[in-house]
Design a protein around this ligand. Structure first.
Ligand code: UD1
Length: 358
């Protein structure tokens, strides 16, 4: 079986790390990097640390408006797929890269397999929600990480080609995360285990809105222990244009750092008192490692984390963020709602059954 896998943004590298390994044991994989994320710290370092094979193609689309970014990828991917004639195109998650690859393949009649299918925030103002809804509706294989994903698809009338495979981010967390030595990383930032919060912010809804960003910064500087904040390039730019960068710099409690590689992220996450984030994937990673999460949004696709008490939705509201971070509930139970850490193998088996075992 020949599979073209398309990745382009940081969370996709983390997911592909496990799937590439399982897929290449028995099949031909052509790996395409769209170039949506291009900085060393947002891209190359993940390939290096997670042992992801070098991409066969890099489309180098870079930044741009949604239409331009997605459109450029679409044209380039169409040419590539016509030339390489894969049996399946594998796409991940909810980014513009996912949409472009899904659309290019589906229009050429090439089956699309969607890893992380069925997730919904039910908030159509998020570009990611548009991407994931559209891709699910043009996918032949819908590889769901959770039962909530399967249920969401059923509610939209999608029942064929749906498989519950578990979450590939758990595979990666198990493979690389368990053995991480946190001490040197914590030492670098001068923090102690359970003596700080770890934070990330990059959603357009927060980062591009100066009022919301300001409310989040206010929460971070009010908390009772330091906040190690790995600042995404989008957010760094917006802090600068809104003048909030001066507030961050003046704060004694915010430790502003560059985006960190996967191993450092795990180190900082595992030892944190709580995670403060608007990332999708990191809400789950906090759950994998038993760290309370405060989500800086009003809804989540990872509803299990909230239902099980490990995650609190606090929006971009200073008081709610501070209250949730101060309480930081750690329930007794942490059931395996994301599978058994072998989602990648399950995905390969689904692809093989679909393709007839070759
Ligand atoms: C994208 C995805 C989001 C995913 C996130 C992970 C979409 C719509 N959003 O959001 O689902 O959770 O990646 O980080 O696809 N930039 C750099 N260097 C980089 C990458 C980006 O400076 O390596 C800057 C660019 O100037 C760009 C901005 O960050 O304008 C946003 O990048 P983009 O890839 O459009 O979206 P993200 O916010 O990263």
């Amino acid at each position: 079986m020949r599979v073209v896998s398309v990745v382009g943004a940081r969370p996709q590298f983390i997911k592909a790390a496990s799937v590439c390994r399982a897929l290449r044991e028995r099949h031909e994989e052509i790996l395409v990097h769209s170039g949506q994320h291009y900085d060393y710290g947002m891209s190359d370092v993940f390939f290096e640390q997670l042992g992801i094979p070098a991409p066969d193609y890099n489309l180098a689309v870079g930044s741009g408006g949604h239409g331009r970014q997605t459109g450029e990828m679409l044209g380039l991917l169409e040419d590539l797929l016509i030339e390489r004639k894969p049996d399946v195109v594998l796409v991940y998650g909810d980014t513009n890269t996912t949409l472009a690859a899904g659309l290019a393949a589906a229009k050429l009649g090439i089956p699309v397999a969607h890893v992380e299918a069925g997730l919904r925030s039910f908030n159509r103002s998020m570009p990611e929600e548009i991407n994931r809804v559209l891709v699910d509706h043009i996918s032949a294989l819908l590889l769901c990480p959770t039962t909530a994903g399967v249920d969401n698809l059923r509610a939209e009338g999608i029942t064929e080609g749906v498989s519950l495979v578990g979450d590939v981010m758990l595979d990666t967390a198990r493979f690389f995360g368990e053995s991480v030595d946190a001490a040197p990383v914590l030492g670098r930032y001068g923090v102690e285990p359970d003596g700080y919060f770890f934070a990330t912010v990059h959603r357009a809804g927060n980062s591009d809105d100066p009022e919301k960003l300001s409310a989040i910064v206010d929460a971070f500087r009010t908390l009772d222990r330091p906040v190690v904040w790995a600042i995404h390039p989008r957010t760094r730019k917006n802090l600068q244009t809104s003048g909030l960068d001066a507030v961050v710099e003046a704060s004694d409690s915010i430790i502003a750092i560059e985006p960190v590689p996967y191993i450092d992220t795990v180190a900082l996450l595992r030892s944190a008192s709580a995670l403060l984030t608007d990332s999708g994937g990191m809400q789950k990673e906090a759950y994998f490692f038993g760290v309370p999460c405060v989500t800086l949004r009003d809804e989540t696709e990872w509803v299990e984390t909230v239902e099980l008490g490990w995650n609190t939705l606090a929006g971009a509201d200073t008081d709610r963020i501070v209250a949730a971070a101060t309480t930081r509930v750690r329930p007794d139970a942490r059931p395996s709602v994301y599978g058994d850490g072998h989602a990648a193998e399950a995905i390969v088996e689904v692809l093989e059954r679909f393709h007839g075992g070759t």
